[in-house]
Design a protein around this ligand. Sequence first.
Ligand SMILES: Nc1ncnc2c1ncn2[C@@H]1O[C@H](COP(=O)(O)OP(=O)(O)OP(=O)(O)O)[C@@H](O)[C@H]1O
Ligand SMILES: [Mg+2]
Length: 394
Amino acid sequence: MRQQVALGDVNGHVEEMYAGHLIVKSYNGEADSIERFEKYNADLYESGWKSQFLSGLMMPLMQFVGNLGYVVVCVVGAALAMDGQIEFGVIVAFMMYIRLFTQPLSQFAQAFQNLQRCAAAAERVFGFLEEPEMADESGKPALLGAEGRPVRGDVEFSHVQFGYEPDKPIIHDFSASVAAGQKVAIVGPTGAGKTTMVNLLMRFYEISGGSISIDGVDTKSVPRWNVHDQFSMVLQDTWVFRGTVRENIAYAKPGVTDEEIEAACRAVGLDHFVRSLPQGYDTVLDDKSSLSAGQKQLLTIARAMVQDAPILILDEATSSVDTRTEELIQKAMDALTVGRTSFVIAHRLSTIRDADMILVMNHGDVIERGTHDELLAEGGFYADLYNSQFSLAD
Ligand SMILES: Nc1ncnc2c1ncn2[C@@H]1O[C@H](COP(=O)(O)OP(=O)(O)OP(=O)(O)O)[C@@H](O)[C@H]1O
Ligand SMILES: [Mg+2]
């Protein structure tokens, strides 16, 4: 068991250091990292040789016990035979017995040793299997978008309560009603719970109170995949997988034509760059891909455009692109979001000025709501936030 734990530590450490390689280098953390590796590795070495030694000992030990029996039978048998108490044949018979007896025993010992090794490894598997299951949803009907009726995109949050840990509520009482086609902006300081609201809307987590409904259908009453189907999403952290540009953009959507992909790239201003790549749209991207952070964002936005779902979520989708490109995307987005409900989370408030509704969040609650002009006139938290961003420019 200790060997398994030590192996996990070593692998975990190596993976972590490899992923954060640049940071380790730039903070000169190598010495510290090597020291920790040495420690984990020494643990692994120690527990490794002990477990190997013990399990290696098992077979010879069993053989030794078997052979010892042999010797005892021979010596005692010889003495008894000389006394005339038993005949020679009895000794031979007992030698056979000993062999028959110890053979299955040593086999058993070997099997036991394998079993133990398995048990140590299986502990982790069982730990994983023991995690609570998600509730079975196979019986729920897929009501959203059923019978060819497209989802309009009315979204209703009603007294939503939630905390990642049951005793630490983050969203206390969130209510909002969004009409189909509206652009809703969620703003607020870091850690206010904006991403959390999006996670709840997508049903990545189950809310602990209240309800969220789409077109009047409680999202709890339909299967999760049915909810996910209604959303295109651009997340705060971009994700590009190993595959061509084309595959990355058409991700998980069947039957996307090349024209659609290229149109989406043109809309976000990525087309020119992609064409300049050696293989154009067939260039393979990987985890250390040849894209900058902003270009990755553009790619994920193009992906969301191609998905073409009724509700759009943009969580800090343009935080890594320059302001001019952002404006470009903004225009493309506006065209895209016509007739589509969209939730936009943005720290740069200039991008959400034209939203139909702005929800200002702080500490998990909506503290102000309204349009840009209303909120500015109110002179509250939003106005402060806005002015602090633009006081320099004015
Ligand atoms: N997976 C998680 N488990 C536990 N707590 C979490 C988790 N994700 C976020 N939190 C906590 O929930 C709170 C809200 O986080 P959230 O990600 O919603 O903030 P945010 O408004 O999106 O902030 P930002 O502007 O930095 O993206 C934070 O205080 C954070 O510590
Ligand atoms: Mg966030």
